[in-house]
Design a protein around this ligand. Structure first.
Ligand SMILES: *Cc1c(COP(=O)(O)O)cnc(C)c1O
Length: 369
């Protein structure tokens, strides 16, 4: 048979397979460990609100019918709490779906998309898929956002400027002042996409709500959020975007599949919004454990990036893939970073206290052995 790769567009052949975290089953089968600390995918150890249990006992009717293709109940609810119009809202099968929708809508062959580096791989991959060119703005030596370089990239008028804030995998962030400078450097030629997957963990004085800051400004923008992280719904796949204006949002809606978010995910997201106490508990637990982990890792001599997320980016001072195998053998899943220049880093999620202890113990053993 002829080589099937000749059928495939060059852009797709140039994208590496997505480096998804290992599942519990894979690690159990390969490493024959009983207790596993799953700290590779930034999931919430508390899981979803208990309100979802009631919902799931009544799931038959939700499963039988097609969902609302616009997710109107959820969009209305979100728009109300965010202070925007419902016609500025778009739902995605996870926010990563929306990264794809935006790139499909906007990026033409040869267009430049600027992003922070090390990057969330999908910001780069969907750009590459559309034939766009990725321009990376690396973090500084001390693992913070390089603002002069980011402003210079913005001034070159890329088709799109897309980055996460707080930044995944590093954890550093743009302050309100920095975000204002970025917005001021842009005009109608560039779509600004701020991926706020970790906004609930970061909320506070030193962190801008990009929605409040950008709404009404005369530039095109999208802010992405997700229910996968602080709301504990990673397995249900639901996220949303807030778009600068309804016209642009309408075009993005044409570029997604009509039923991209399922009925169970839509109903679950509403139930999650109905339980703000669970969100507050999840965030408080993550921030407390993040500080405890940071202190323990710093005491052991590791270099750690500043983080406003539910994860830490840690320089282990040697090839992280090797350390990763030693951790897996001890039942711990983290993410060894593979992008050039950062191969000595792992990103470790903040888990439940016993998972974090499991990680710290395994790390000590792996380093000693
Ligand atoms: C986790 C993550 C996402 C993906 O979230 P989903 O809603 O689960 O698709 C998007 N962007 C960033 C930066 C993330 O870390």
């Amino acid at each position: 048979m002829a080589d099937p790769s000749s059928l495939i567009r060059g852009e797709i052949r140039s994208i590496a397979p997505y480096n998804a975290g290992l599942t519990l089953e894979e690690v159990r089968a390969t490493y024959r460990v009983d207790t596993i600390a799953k700290l590779g995918s930034n999931e919430n150890p508390l899981g979803p609100s208990p309100a979802l249990r009631r919902l799931f006992s009544d799931i038959g009717e939700l499963a039988r019918l097609y969902p609302d293709p616009q997710g109107r109940a959820l969009c209305a609810r979100l728009a109300d709490s965010l202070g925007v119009n419902a016609d500025q809202m778009i739902l995605g099968n996870g926010s990563e779906d929306l990264i794809g929708v935006i790139c499909r809508s906007v990026v033409r062959p040869g267009d430049t998309v600027a992003t922070l580096y090390p990057s969330f791989p999908l910001h780069e991959d969907y750009t590459t898929l559309m034939g766009g060119r990725v321009e990376r703005v690396p973090v500084t030596e001390d693992l913070t956002v390089d603002m002069p370089a980011l402003l210079a990239a913005a001034a070159r008028k890329p088709r799109m400027l897309m980055f996460s804030n707080p930044m995944n995998p590093v954890g550093c962030w743009l302050t309100p002042d920095a975000m204002a400078q970025v917005a001021a450097a842009l005009d109608a030629e560039t779509l600004l996409v701020v991926d706020e997957a970790y906004a609930e963990y970061a909320a506070g004085d030193d962190y801008p709500s990009a929605i409040d800051m950008l709404n009404g400004k005369d530039i095109p923008w999208v802010v992405l959020r997700t229910f996968s992280k602080a709301y504990g719904l990673a397995g249900l796949r639901i996220g949303y975007g807030v778009v600068s204006d309804s016209g642009l949002c309408d075009f993005f809606n044409r570029a997604r599949t009509p039923f991209n978010t399922n009925a169970i995910a839509q109903a679950s997201a509403i139930a999650a919004l109905d339980d703000p106490d669970h969100l507050a508990r999840s965030v408080a637990a993550a921030l407390g454990e993040r500080e405890r982990m940071k202190t323990a890792l710093a005491a052991a001599g590791y270099r750690i990036a500043p983080s406003k997320g539910n994860f830490l980016f840690v320089d282990v001072g040697r090839d992280a893939s090797e350390l990763n195998l030693a951790l897996l053998a001890r039942g711990v899943i983290v993410k060894p970073w593979k992008q050039p220049g950062f191969e000595s880093f792992i990103r470790v999620s903040i888990g439940a206290p016993e998972e974090n202890d499991h990680f710290l113990r395994a790390l000590g053993e792996a380093e000693a052995g």
